[in-house]
Design a protein around this ligand. Sequence first.
Ligand SMILES: [Mg+2]
Length: 120
Amino acid sequence: MDDSTTVKTLKQSVVSFRDARDWKKFHTPKDLAASISIEANELLELFQWKTPQEAQALLDDSTKMQEIRDEIADIVIYCLSASDSMEFDLSEAVAAKLQKNEEKYPVEKAKGNSKKYTEL
Ligand SMILES: [Mg+2]
């Protein structure tokens, strides 16, 4: 599998996994929002207390890199489940948000700096 697998295919796999276990009843908007946050924090925990150099070095550690990939995948899995439970098209939502970000961060103002759009 590579990044060319469509969001639709991934979403179908997530829904099949969830429904085979009769877990849809647990996937409320509140619990999905909490789960996305919990998984994001599991990702953050892998970097906790590391210096910037130590954090960068994790990317060269295959065991740690697998853990990082797993946590990012968990986040995406819950996002896909949320888009199903809350009945919206995730691809469309990402494209629409990128467009909003384009407007908030025009290249001529944002290129090469990390300022928030309110500071540009
Ligand atoms: Mg996890």
